[in-house]
Design a binder for this molecule. Sequence first.
Ligand code: AMP
Length: 113
Amino acid sequence: MSTIFKKIIDKEIPADIVYEDDLCLAFRDIDPKAPTHILIIPKKEIPSMAEASQDDEGLLGHLLVTASRIAKDQGISDSGYRLVANTNNQGGQEVYHLHIHLLGGRQMTWPPG
Ligand code: AMP
């Protein structure tokens, strides 16, 4: 079944897109949990990290390097940020299209909730 993120990839619904290339898309979270809250998603439909395979090694690396680049572009690289991939039920995942949250612009706490 198509997720809301697939609809964003296909431009069927709008999003505040900050970066796009052939492999991935990054857009602002609609309900931000930090001053900067961006989601980086692969265009390939992988439901969660739990379904990632060896074939996805390069793609997942690309998502992380892209997150690092976006953090620099957003001016939060030196101050710091957090990357999160909520996975399945106990990970708190709500949208079953793999995504990395890029959160920054405030002090993060540990442990996470
Ligand atoms: P997760 O709980 O890790 O699955 O995170 C899903 C995230 O997607 C949440 O932070 C939501 O606020 C965000 N979200 C849901 N729908 C949209 C949308 N249409 N545009 C942007 N972000 C969204």
